[in-house]
Ligand binder design. Structure first.
Ligand code: NG6
Ligand code: CA
Length: 521
């Protein structure tokens, strides 16, 4: 008996000392590492930047050294996606972790649209606020503001500040849409109360010139759309009156947002912060600052890509100077794929030369083909992320749950997969599948396979000269052999087609099958 007790005590002793030594080891390895709790989080979100628009992804005609630094010293994703091929739905999914096709209001919005995210909905900033973060947005919003009848001369809400952002300095929609003013925490910046702003998307205000009627006033010509109010010689979408002192300067917009982003970082460096830095480039109208104009040899589209890259470099420099680079996770990506002529004559087509904005992919902005959503995607965290290239399937919609995991928050969103290890480059196990959206249509990727269900409508959007992905027949592609989606395998692989349709419909419903049956009758 005594011997047995002694033996038990002996074994327990060994176990105890083993456990303590393990704990010690664990503790010491934690203290050896850089602090991992509460890193600052920055999402740099470009607008209409294509997979092939950065040299890190193989562009040879344009050089983006600062974005490349993030890519070369971070993880460069070769299968990173936006949720949609247009702006509003991608931004909706990014911030909420919910598929945009579940919200019928998540479509390209006019500048007067009401806020499309519920003020009780979970968002990245709300989740991070709950985890002790200060949260800010600088740049493009385009998710609607107010409740449907905004008075721009009073504090505009609900908006970002009602969704979890402690600070916001935004443009309401896009630079080609009115109102062409910055809005800080709900208030139009620089507004003279004696010159109130009025905005209307249907009717012009009496006596106001328009792009349509006053071509003599234009410094940039419109190609399609964009023929309403003229601001700074550029015709816009929508009508606006008043607010002269508040109107932005287009050529200074990039510098303006950079300064805001830098100031935000400096103001909040003592606490964990989240900054959503939503750059406006290379969306139309492309108005590079004079120090970038003509520098790319590709016209304004190339010039504003150089400008955006420079902004990234300056922003990184601020983090470096403030000693924050080693405690900040940066995600760099784009809201949708590239477009050349998006409504203005600006030489984007004429001066393109050998540049391929979509990289190896077919389609572009608005398209269900890969280039619509398959975008640049980089994660960077100095000293924490080992440089590498990841082929894992990831989507911006996954950032909410993944960032939550990273900061020890229990929040998860319904369509947002927790892929923190993948984003940190420690695992290649990304998503199994993903539903992609383009102008309310959806497609399905599973592994290397892509299914595009049949859709009515024109196969080519002639205004922007981009293939839409519409076809009367199912399209099936194997990206492992055919990145350019040239060979439709729907007829030669009926087994795979059936399997893909079943999986797609189980997640999306049979919306497309009904369409197809109508079409094929
Ligand atoms: C389209 C505009 C386009 C662009 C787009 C939104 C016309 C003819 N075209 O309606 O120029 O503004 O909306 O782009 O008006 S996005 O990147 O914000 O989704
Ligand atoms: Ca966009």
């Amino acid at each position: 008996m005594k011997i047995r007790i002694a033996a038990v005590l002996f074994v327990t002793g060994i176990l105890l000392s083993f456990t303590t030594s393990c704990q010690k080891k664990k503790q010491s390895s934690i203290t050896d590492e850089k602090p991992i709790s509460k890193p600052n989080i920055v999402i740099i979100y470009t607008d209409d930047l294509g997979y092939g628009d950065i040299s890190a992804n193989g562009a040879t005609e344009i050089n983006t050294p600062n974005i490349d630094l993030l890519a070369n010293e971070g993880v460069r994703f070769t299968n990173g996606y936006a949720s949609s091929a247009t702006c509003t739905p991608s931004r909706y999914a990014l911030l909420t972790g919910v598929y945009p096709w579940k919200n019928e209001r998540a479509k390209i919005l006019p500048g007067t649209a009401p806020l499309i995210i519920g003020t009780d909905q979970m968002t990245i900033p709300r989740m991070l606020k709950g985890a002790g973060y200060h949260t800010g947005i600088v740049g493009k919003w385009h998710l609607g503001l107010g409740n449907g009848n905004v008075n721009w001369n009073e504090t505009v809400k609900p908006g970002p500040n009602e969704l979890g952002f402690d600070y916001s300095h935004i443009m309401a929609a896009t630079q080609d849409r009115v109102p062409t003013v910055y809005i800080q925490d709900g208030d139009v910046v620089g507004l003279d109360p004696k010159d109130p702003i009025e905005v209307d998307y249907k009717n012009n205000f009496e006596g106001q010139p328009t792009g349509k009627d006053n071509p003599e006033l234009l410094e940039m010509k419109w190609h399609h759309g964009h023929n309403s109010s003229i601001v700074n010689g550029i015709p816009r979408i929508g009508y606006m009156k008043g607010g002269e002192t508040a109107k932005w300067s287009d050529i200074d917009m990039a510098d303006h947002f950079l300064k805001e982003a830098q100031n935000y970082v400096r103001a909040h460096k003592e606490e964990p912060f989240f900054l959503y830095y939503a750059m406006q480039q290379p969306h139309v109208p492309r108005t590079p600052h004079p120090r970038f104009a003509g520098k790319s040899g590709m016209g304004p589209r190339g010039d504003v890509i150089l400008e955006a890259d420079w902004m990234v470099g300056e922003f990184l420099q601020t983090l470096r100077e403030e000693g924050l680079l080693e405690n900040t996770l940066i995600v760099f990506t784009s809201d949708n794929g590239p477009v050349l002529n998006d409504g203005y004559y600006d030489d984007a087509v004429e001066k393109l030369g050998m540049h391929t904005p979509a990289g190896p992919f077919r389609g572009g902005k608005y398209s269900l083909y890969e280039a619509g959503t398959h975008v640049p995607f980089i994660t960077y965290w100095k000293g924490r992320i080992q440089p590498g290239i990841s082929d894992a399937l990831v989507c911006q919609i996954d950032l909410l749950s993944s960032i939550a995991k990273l900061v020890d928050s229990d929040v998860r969103a319904e369509d947002s997969k927790e892929l923190a290890d993948v984003f940190l480059g420690q695992s290649e196990e990304g998503r199994e599948d993903l539903i992609l959206e383009a102008t309310t249509r959806t497609a399905y990727r599973n592994g290397d396979w892509v299914l595009i269900p049949p859709y009515k409508g024109t196969p080519v959007n002639k205004l922007v000269n981009i293939e839409t992905g519409n076809s009367k027949k199912y399209q099936l592609f194997d990206l492992s052999k055919d990145l350019g989606q040239e060979t439709n395998l729907a007829s030669s692989r009926p087994d795979k087609l059936k399997e893909m349709i079943e999986m797609y419909e189980s997640k999306r419903g049979d919306v497309n099958r009904k369409t197809e049956q109508l079409e094929l009758k």
